[in-house]
Design a protein around this ligand. Structure first.
Ligand code: NAP
Length: 266
């Protein structure tokens, strides 16, 4: 039987306690990887750690806020000290805010930038040099469909997701010729606590977080630069955006792709 490439690899995940993050952790564990769990709240990480240990896996809890570089580097050290290195790193920490460009406080944009962009940058800058030295590494990033076609009322969120995806696209090229590879997943609306209050039209109904986890790990195994989930609808919107941004905007309005929250003003 073929050995899973993630077996016995040492993985670190930010946003590990969340919907998509915990699915990625479970799948990595099932592949035989050791997982370091990073997020701000300790208790959900400890619950996940117990579940992994009960299933025969290995997990370390290292709580940190990814916007605090020193704290994140401390968490990375905790995992490195325990296992002697990190072979796989996945950036998945994120928060969702709604607000239009003109009426949202700049501090909301700063927060999104810190979590999505800087949190990802700090992680990758810290783990990549040792991966290059060892000659192998896999990096994963959970961006969003919103990262390439922003929707009204998701201004700060879309900007953060676009920024991290833009950086990932460059980093992937900078790593060319090495066996350290970065895959980005761009999921559509996903059924997790992050957007529990958001209602969406049938055409962009929420997908399962495990489907996103499976797609990202498949992309990382096959060295795919990026994976879009689901693959058809968002790709069509992206193609229309390239050909006619006005038509793409009309589609967004027509199908109410921004979604809505009950009680939110029209
Ligand atoms: N749900 C969707 O529709 C959707 C679609 C496309 C992309 N995504 C992206 O998928 C990723 C995971 O989201 P999710 O839907 O699984 O949401 P979620 O269930 O709310 O999980 C978010 C995770 O990020 C952690 N986190 C948030 N801010 C953090 C910070 N400053 N430092 C460290 N950890 C932090 C949270 O844990 P703590 O609160 O304990 O820190 C939690 O583990 C996000 O990057 C999101 O943008 C989501």
């Amino acid at each position: 039987m073929l050995r899973d490439i993630f077996a016995e690899k040492r993985a670190l995940r930010t946003g590990a306690s969340g919907g998509i993050g915990s699915c990625i952790v479970r799948r990595l564990t099932a592949s035989g990887a050791l997982v370091g769990l990073v997020a701000r709240r300790r208790s959900p990480l400890e619950e996940l750690q117990k579940e992994i240990i009960r299933a025969g896996g290995t997990a370390i809890v290292a709580p940190a806020d990814v916007t605090d570089r020193a704290a994140l580097l401390g968490a990375i050290d905790t995992v490195r000290d325990a296992w002697g290195g990190i072979d796989i790193a996945v950036a998945c920490a994120g928060t969702y805010v709604r607000g239009e460009v003109m009426d949202s406080d700049p501090s909301i944009h700063e927060d999104q930038w810190r979590t999505s962009y800087l949190g990802t940058l700090y992680l990758f800058q810290e783990v990549i040099p040792a991966m290059l030295e060892r000659g192998w590494g896999r990096l994963g990033l959970v961006s969003s469909v919103i990262g390439f076609k922003g929707m009204p009322r998701e201004s700060a969120y879309a900007a953060g997701k676009a920024a991290e995806a833009g950086m990932a696209g460059i980093l992937r090229q900078e790593l060319h010729g090495t066996d350290v590879f970065l895959s980005t997943v761009h999921p559509s609306r996903t059924d997790t606590p992050m957007i529990a209050a958001l209602e969406v039209p049938l055409i962009s109904r929420k997908i399962s977080p495990d489907r996103v986890a499976r797609a990202l790990l498949k992309g990382m195994r096959r060295k795919k630069p990026y994976v879009i989930v689901p693959s058809i609808g968002p790709r069509m919107l992206w193609a229309v955006e390239m050909l006619s941004p006005r038509l793409a905007d009309t589609i967004v309005r027509w199908f109410r792709l921004s979604g809505w929250i009950t009680g939110e003003e029209d």
